[in-house]
Design a protein around this ligand. Structure first.
Ligand code: GDP
Ligand code: MN
Length: 388
């Protein structure tokens, strides 16, 4: 789960990471009031779940109340396009009004789970700020790394070593090492999968301060932090994915034209390969799981055909724990309830397969049943060609 900068900065403050005073604002008047309260100048910052806001015009320094009003009016409720949003951009619903900091230097500090090493990678660079992605691509050596064994935790010398490798000394080195330790405590304490401070600015007195805050939380750890689950912003997520999560379905929207309803992540991946192999492209990943009920299947099927990109649906089920008759009932209920205008190819195998086929055949809905995977693939290819 991603959260906004203003939410992440509150958590940073809880863990003792220095941030500038700030207030979120949802309207132009709130933005002006926040700036008056904080004192000018302020930075007006668009809150969206994407980076690159500075280059996209979503981060603006305002020296007067009138400027705050003007900038807030321009940014709020309008789309902001950055290199991470796609051409349609994201509508800005919230601003962060923050006391402007005097920045002498911009560092980068980030932490991610390194799955291959089974450790936490801490990354830092002197070349922080809006061009960090280019730096990582063109001069990867400029990104320094320390790996943390999660069973041991961050040892203080690792934080100091990183500060010294950054070329820092004295008060600045101590400050940065303290922030590395605090960010690591936050990372573990909140079950984060990514935490990033870019830029980690050094002010004119040599004191570090987090100017930006990016935090992704591990969805599988959220049950331990009910107060964090409330930070979710559904406006920032794909509506079909939100609906799927609400009924415990594992659904990810993709950009192809064949909607897939499959049980088991392995079979789902193999099915996507098969679709690609016959020259079509999957419109989604949907794993209904082993213990799906008829209601979950129905919901999943509805989500699939609600996607305007879907030109054909492919149901590929191996009935183990999920029985084929349960699957068939859910699909038939959904197909009858909606105006089904795309071909549906079904391949069933496994527990209660005969009962499942019987339910499909008697339903009155024109399912195209396949005898095996190869047959299914041909029928999917034919259906997509027919639609085109
Ligand atoms: P991003 O572009 O989405 O990463 O947004 P950031 O919050 O990182 O802001 C982009 C850039 O704006 C930063 O790298 C800074 O150079 C600049 N910036 C942001 N806040 C301040 C501030 O308070 N003072 C100054 N001088 N620059 C700022
Ligand atoms: Mn940034």
């Amino acid at each position: 789960m991603r959260i906004h900068e203003y939410q992440a900065k509150r958590l940073f403050a809880d863990y003792g990471i220095p941030v500038a005073p700030s207030r979120p604002a949802m309207s132009v008047d709130e933005a002006v009031a926040a700036a008056d309260e904080l004192g000018l100048p302020v930075v007006v910052k668009a809150q969206i779940h994407a980076g690159g806001r500075g280059k996209g015009g979503g981060i603006v320094l305002a020296k007067t109340s009138d400027e705050v009003r003007e900038v807030a009016d321009r940014i709020l409720d309008a789309p902001l396009v950055t290199h991470q949003t796609g051409p349609e951009g994201r509508i800005v619903k919230t601003l962060l009004i923050e006391t402007a900091s005097r920045i002498a230097d911009e560092l980068y500090l980030g932490m991610v789970v390194d799955r291959a090493r089974r450790e936490i990678a801490v990354m830092a660079s002197r070349a922080g700020g809006v061009d960090i992605e280019e730096t990582a691509r063109e001069t990867p050596d400029a990104i320094l790394k320390e790996w943390i064994d999660p069973t041991i935790g961050l040892r203080p010398f690792q934080a100091f070593r990183l500060a010294h490798r950054l070329g820092l000394s004295g008060k600045t080195a101590r400050g940065v090492a303290g922030i590395v330790r605090a960010l690591f405590a936050l990372f573990c304490g909140l079950d984060a999968s990514l935490a990033e401070i870019n830029p980690l600015a050094i002010d004119e007195d040599g004191a570090p301060i987090a100017i930006d805050a990016k935090l992704n939380l591990d969805d599988n750890g959220l049950f331990r932090h009910p107060e964090l689950a409330e930070l979710r912003d559904l406006n920032e997520e794909d509506p079909l994915e939100v609906e799927a999560t609400s009924v415990n379905l594992n659904y990810i929207k993709l950009d192809g034209n064949v909607g897939c309803l499959v049980n088991g992540a392995g079979l789902a991946m193999a099915t996507m390969d098969l679709i690609q192999h016959v020259g079509a492209r999957p419109a989604n990943f949907l794993d209904v799981g082993g213990g799906a009920t008829a209601e979950m299947i129905e919901k999943g099927f509805r989500i699939l055909i609600a996607d305007p990109d879907v030109e054909a649906v492919f149901i590929n089920i191996f009935g183990g724990i999920l029985r084929c008759d349960i699957l068939a009932e859910g699909v038939v209920t959904a197909a009858k309830a909606v105006d089904l205008d795309v071909p549906v190819i079904v391949r069933l195998e496994g527990t209660n397969v005969e009962a499942g086929r019987e339910i499909l055949n008697r339903s009155g809905v024109a399912f195209r049943t396949a005898t095996d995977l190869a047959d299914a693939a041909e029928k999917v290819a034919a259906a997509v060609k027919g639609a085109a």
